[in-house]
Design a protein. Structure first.
Length: 238
């Protein structure tokens, strides 16, 4: 017989797994700081800043700018040494395994007898901050949404073509979410054979476009590698 505690624990495990797989990552400027945001829709959750695996800043020509990750109590901030035109971030959200009791636990599969499924989950973000910025190679972003023209020249209501890369290669059949903050589950488009699709720029202000996928993992602790990526930029009405 399941107790109230066991039901609550199972619900919390399921909720935590939902955060691990569904939540996105992006950056925002708040109170003069560049904050790394981990959330889903209106949710803006605390997280262990040690999960930020890397951060990269670039100038308008795509040249690297040193950037420091400030790890606060419940989130991280980015402190580039010069004003960036582009920012990229990677988060390793860890291993999650569904055990024989069908509960998700924050452990690798080798630590869970009778595991039913397992994965290791990563979050990536790319922010375009300055007009005319040249995209550099972005090898650390194993899932990336790349704009095919300068998104800062696209007004709200117009279409923006993007290309989705998985492990550096164009990926077909990837669903794109055109507004991860205000309508996070709305699928706006699906990529074609070249990994390309067009999405409408939804907001006169901050836009966060998202995508997610899973690929088989060569890892005894994870059957799949789950990834979420965002492309963020601010659109202005002219």
């Amino acid at each position: 017989m399941k107790t109230r505690y066991s039901l609550l624990f199972a619900a919390l495990c399921t909720f935590a797994m939902g955060q691990a797989s569904a939540h996105g990552l992006w950056t925002e400027e708040r109170r003069g700081h560049i904050e790394v945001v981990y959330g889903h829709g209106a949710e803006d959750d605390a997280y262990d800043p040690k999960k930020i695996a890397g951060a990269w800043a670039y100038d308008g020509e795509g040249k690297a700018i040193p950037v420091h990750v400030e790890r606060l109590a419940d989130h991280a901030r980015l402190k580039p040494e010069a004003k960036p035109a582009l920012l990229a971030v990677a988060m390793d959200n860890g291993y999650w395994t569904r055990n024989a009791a069908e509960r998700w636990v924050n452990l690798g599969e080798t630590q869970v007898p009778g595991a039913l499924e397992s994965g290791r989950y990563f979050k990536y973000s790319l922010a375009v901050l300055e007009k005319g910025a040249t995209l550099p190679p972005l090898e650390p972003l194993k899932l990336a949404i790349l704009p095919q023209r300068d998104p800062l020249t696209v007004e709200a209501g117009e279409m923006l073509e993007v290309q989705v890369l998985v492990d550096g290669k164009p990926a077909a059949g990837i669903e794109l979410y055109d507004d991860c903050i205000n309508d996070p589950d709305h699928v706006a488009a699906t990529t074609d054979a070249q990994g390309k699709a067009k999405v409408k720029v939804r907001n006169n202000g901050l836009n966060v476009i998202g995508a997610s996928t899973e690929v088989p993992a060569d890892d005894p602790d994870a059957r799949v590698r789950g990834m979420f990526a965002s492309l963020s930029f601010v659109s202005h009405h002219h």
